[in-house]
Design a protein around this ligand. Structure first.
Ligand code: PLP
Length: 394
């Protein structure tokens, strides 16, 4: 069965060009980039090129790029570096809709002597600016606000937030793991101090990421060891994956225009096709300020997991907006923070496309999904009740 992969915010396929560039570094060119001999030296040269390519995608300089093992490590490094380098400050500001890589760390720090302000969002997933301004104080060590949400694709106005935070002299970090490669990002234009990105979201390998650290930002290493990454992150580099990440960033720069427009066209076609054919379906989040590849759609009175299982029968891969915890399906913290009604949050599905998706695949999903939802609603006692209520009202 052909796989229709519409779960690219979870992970992406490694691009063939990326794989090709990585392969020699597993076997033939296995030198350590820190070695004095030229066998290692040629690897160091290739790492340098990768650093330049990553920097090129986000308008940074190569020495502002630090390679890490993943987006989670980048997020943890940024926040821990900021608090470790300002031990007198005990306040952190973030949002209620961050990825667990930020949210769970902040909650953890909240239990270890830090005061954490979690900014709320509205029904569209937008941030409350007033709350942010009021929250900042002399005690604030770092503000961490994601560039784009992984579940809904909703983008925060990072440039405006970064400006305000900088005026107060506070360190600003953004988790741009979902944004990098999908929208133009330029560190020369946006006063962000630290930015996280991850390889496997942009057609590079899993287990590699990067942290942008603006020159002059207070920093204290998270992983302490050898002199790698100019003493900012110990550990022998994941050479092949870093080289792949560099190539993926180069490809992403080329795709920012036309290719991403095509992805947006496919996302819109998918979304509109679904909304047209399925009653009681709604898009979660601000449709005007979203990543071009993501849509989160709630189908009232059905369970997301059941939809996923039935789509899986046709080879369609997507994600649901709920997590199975202790036997009960809990809507995600993102949809809860947005106040999505219970009956809708339970039946939410995220489709996230990539440059490898085709129009035929989108048409296939639009054809297969309506009968799936119809069947599940026939089995749902709540759907019957809602129809009865609608009949009484009309
Ligand atoms: N931040 C966001 C917004 C993400 O979507 C993810 C992964 O889904 C991460 C951080 C963590 O990245 P990684 O899987 O590379 O640790």
């Amino acid at each position: 069965m052909k796989v229709i992969y519409a779960d690219n915010n979870a992970t992406t396929q490694v691009a063939p060009e990326v794989l090709e560039e990585m392969l020699p570094y597993f076997h033939d060119l296995y030198g350590n980039p820190s070695s004095m001999h030229s066998f290692g030296g040629q690897v160091a040269g290739k790492l340098k090129e990768a650093r330049e390519r990553v920097a090129g995608l986000i308008g940074a300089t190569p020495d502002e790029i630090l390679f890490t093992s993943c987006g989670t490590e980048s997020d943890n490094t940024a926040i821990r570096a900021a608090i470790a380098s300002q031990p007198d400050k005990k306040h952190i500001v973030t949002t209620r809709v961050e990825h667990p890589a930020v949210k769970n760390l902040c909650e953890h720090l909240g239990g270890h002597g830090y005061r954490v302000t979690f900014l709320s969002v509205d029904r569209q997933g937008r941030s409350d600016f007033e709350h942010l301004y009021r929250a900042l104080s002399h005690d604030t060590a770092i503000v961490s606000v994601m560039w784009a949400n992984n579940e809904t694709g909703v983008m925060f106005p990072v440039d405006e937030i970064a400006q305000v935070v900088r005026e107060k002299g506070i360190v600003f970090h953004t988790d741009a793991v979902q944004a990098v490669g999908k929208i133009p990002i330029d560190m020369e234009q946006v006063p962000v101090d630290m930015l996280s990105l991850s390889g496997h979201k942009i057609h590079a390998a899993k287990g590699v990421g990067a942290l942008y650290v603006r020159k002059g930002t207070k920093f204290s290493p998270f992983l302490i060891g050898g002199h790698q990454e100019r003493g900012r992150r110990g550990g022998t580099e994941n050479v092949a994956s870093i080289i792949g990440l560099g190539k993926a960033c180069e490809l992403a720069s080329q795709h920012l225009g036309e290719e991403n427009e095509r992805v947006k066209y496919l996302r819109d076609k998918l979304e509109n096709g679904i909304l047209k054919r399925i009653p009681n379906a709604m898009v979660n989040g601000d449709r005007d300020h979203r990543l071009p590849n993501t849509t989160s759609i709630s189908f009232e009175y059905v369970e997301g997991e059941a939809i996923l299982l039935m789509m899986n029968e046709f080879g369609i891969c997507a994600s649901s907006g709920s997590a199975c915890t202790s036997g009960s399906l809990e809507p995600s913290h993102v949809l809860r923070a947005m106040g999505v009604p219970f009956t809708a949050a339970h039946g939410s599905i995220r489709f996230s496309l990539s440059i490898y998706n085709t129009e035929e695949e989108v048409d296939f999903i639009i054809e297969k999904l309506p009968p799936i939802i119809e069947r599940l609603r026939e089995l749902s006692p709540f759907w019957d009740e809602s129809k009865a209520a609608a009949a009484v009202c009309s």
